[in-house]
Ligand binder design. Structure first.
Ligand SMILES: [Zn+2]
Ligand SMILES: [Zn+2]
Length: 243
């Protein structure tokens, strides 16, 4: 499997730099993880939007779902003009209003999940862990053949993240805050906590994501690495990881 970072900024996009969005692909089957602000523009550098039929949303915060409305319009219009003939499936935590919004649109369908769901999408098996965040949010573990990828999405550091991410070939860990900041009210991890997760989970490769718009990002990286796992990197738009 491979994973392409489309965007990795926390909160709001930078010029040509979207917020959260990733494409995972195996043997021509692609799933989008999160669809934040700017993701729909940047994703088209890599794939025709009509070739993606599955989008998994970790939670309903704009930096993770702002572009989903535009994706619904894209599938609506492309269905009407005969360029798309498959359904766009959106997966997310249950939400009556969001379900109505998606299902009211020609060409799209809503499917909810929670932490008891095992979801098979093509070659990928998805499992979920409920996070400690300001709204209902989920970390996801994606297994494809003998490879495992874990994406924390937005969360406080909690011990159960370590077992959830144990031994992952790729861990994409949110790192919203510099060490010394209190993330408890915001439901986010610091670089120290992301580093502790990286080390104790024994993840083989780690990307720090959901990065802040201030400070020196190298400080985040160094602080995380100092916790013991040296194979830690800052996520960048367009980055491709082969597993
Ligand atoms: Zn976020
Ligand atoms: Zn959030």
């Amino acid at each position: 499997m491979q994973c392409r970072v489309i965007g990795m900024w926390g909160g709001f996009p930078k010029q040509n730099g979207p917020t959260s969005g990733y494409l995972i692909e195996h043997q021509g089957f692609t799933v989008m993880l999160d669809c934040g602000s700017g993701v729909l523009v940047k994703a088209q550098d890599y794939i025709d939007l009509n070739k993606i039929d599955h989008v998994v949303l970790s939670h309903y915060h704009y930096d993770h779902n702002a572009d989903i409305g535009a994706y619904l319009y894209s599938r609506l219009v492309n269905t009407q003009i005969g360029r798309a003939d498959t359904v766009l499936n959106i997966y997310g935590p249950e939400s009556e209003s969001f379900r109505k919004e998606v299902e009211g649109m020609l060409g799209s369908r809503f499917n909810s999940f929670d932490d008891t769901t095992s979801l098979t999408l093509g070659p990928f098996l998805f499992e979920f862990k409920k996070n400690a965040h300001t709204v209902e949010a989920y970390a996801m573990k994606i297994t494809c053949e003998d490879k495992v990828m874990v994406y924390t999405s937005d969360t406080l550091f909690t011990e159960d993240l370590i077992s959830f991410a144990q031994g992952a070939d790729l861990l994409i860990a949110e790192c919203s805050l510099y060490h010394g900041t209190d993330g408890s009210r915001m439901g986010h991890m610091t670089s120290r906590e992301a580093g502790i997760l990286a080390h104790h989970s024994q993840a083989k490769k780690v990307l720090l994501t959901h990065l802040p718009h201030y400070g020196n990002l190298q400080d985040l990286l160094e602080d995380a690495k100092q916790q013991g796992n040296r194979n830690v990197h800052l996520a960048e738009p367009g980055m491709l990881i082969e597993l």
